[in-house]
Design a protein around this ligand. Structure first.
Ligand SMILES: Nc1ncnc2c1ncn2[C@@H]1O[C@H](COP(=O)(O)OP(=O)(O)OP(=O)(O)O)[C@@H](O)[C@H]1O
Ligand SMILES: [Mg+2]
Length: 343
């Protein structure tokens, strides 16, 4: 799909979103990441028609929603706006209750849901419910924004830099908390960030975009980090790539040496994070560590095995050991996509 903003200056810059086609699968977290101005927010806002596409179609759960009533559409699609957008003259509780009230929940059900959600995002209801947005920090406001979007468990959630203003520690916590809720409820999420670490931590699939919302690569977090498809992706992954690989990559059978004789100690599990495997050598003074699958020792590893694993992951051939995916463009899957933006 395509979006050209109307102003003459905007037209001179070219389309904000130029010929993008994207499927979001049911229950997945798809993260859009890319530099400022590349068209992430525009893409997200076209999905709930806060921005009307210049051309193209939007499908939601198989239904063409390009021309349905936009307000009704937005009730089915939760939205966490960049820079929060809380109603300034409504309290925290009233903000979170926005959609439940719109869809006609009674007072009691709404109130208990509001308390539940505030607790969930780490804002004690007794302390926060009656405050106004200007009485909150930026990070607290963002949490209210997340709580508000989750209020009625929408099947589809659009999130634009939802954790941008939260400090790194709070941010990790909120990300983990959100991932837990998302898995529990099975929400389909399209999330925008320009933090590559947030992208690879949160995503089932990452779409790296460049100007005009052009897809540089659409793949699993591991593939994005291990095998950047273009220079733009390589730049984004850039420094810290090995550290990211240690967190994303897992110990495979192919990385093992034969079981060492008398390999004592706890050892590591087959499938452990490579970073944890390496840690076994940092803390203990040993050259080789046994690898277990359940209670069976299936081999051993040395620091060299970790290097080998990193080379395996960054090898040009696609990784066949995990459920990883490669390549740009819409991927074929057994699942019907929930939301699609065909061009
Ligand atoms: N209402 C608008 N009118 C004209 N041009 C716009 C409008 N909104 C966005 N643009 C332009 O469209 C392009 C894409 O903007 P968009 O907000 O989608 O970027 P973004 O990837 O979300 O950036 P950021 O990371 O800074 O939030 C930019 O060049 C921007 O200047
Ligand atoms: Mg934006």
């Amino acid at each position: 799909m395509r979006k050209e903003y109307d102003s003459a200056r905007a037209a001179a810059r070219g389309a904000a979103v130029d010929d993008l086609s994207l499927d979001v699968r049911p229950g997945e977290v798809l993260v859009l990441v890319g530099p400022s101005g590349c068209g992430k927010s525009t893409t997200l806002r076209m999905a709930n028609r806060l921005v009307e596409p210049t051309s193209g179609r939007i499908l939601l759960e198989g239904e063409d929603v390009t021309h349905v009533d936009a307000v009704a559409l937005r009730r089915r699609v939760g939205y966490v706006i960049q820079h929060v957008g809380l109603f300034p003259h409504r309290t925290v509780a009233q903000n979170v209750a926005t959609v439940p009230r719109l869809v006609g929940w009674d007072r009691k059900r709404t109130a208990s849901r509001v308390d539940e959600l505030l607790a969930l995002v780490g804002l004690e209801p007794a302390r926060y419910a009656r405050r106004y947005p200007h009485e909150l920090s930026g990070g607290e406001r963002q949490r209210v924004g997340v709580a508000r979007a989750l209020a009625t468990d929408p099947p589809v959630l659009l999130m634009d830099e939802p954790f941008g203003a939260v400090d790194p520690v709070g941010r990790r916590r909120l990300q983990a908390e959100f991932a837990r809720i998302q898995r529990e409820v099975g929400t389909t999420v399209m999330l925008v960030t320009h933090d590559i670490d947030e992208a690879v931590r949160m995503a089932d699939r990452v779409a790296v975009l460049s100007r005009g919302a052009h897809i540089e690569q659409l793949a699993s977090p591991l593939d994005i980090v291990a095998r950047p498809a273009t220079d733009a992706v390589a730049d984004l992954v850039g420094r810290g790539r090995i550290a990211r690989l240690l967190a994303l990559g897992r110990l495979d059978r192919a990385d093992l040496d034969a079981p060492a004789s008398g390999g004592a100690g706890d050892g590591v599990e087959l499938g452990a994070e490579l970073g944890d495997v390496l840690a076994a050598f940092v803390t203990g003074d040993r050259a080789s560590v046994p690898v277990r699958e359940g209670s069976t020792v299936v081999g051993s590893v040395t620091p060299a095995s970790v290097l080998r694993a990193l080379r395996r992951l960054t090898d040009d051939a696609p990784d066949t050991t995990g459920a990883a995916e490669t390549g740009a463009g819409p991927t074929e899957g057994a699942d019907e996509p929930v939301g699609t933006l065909p061009s």
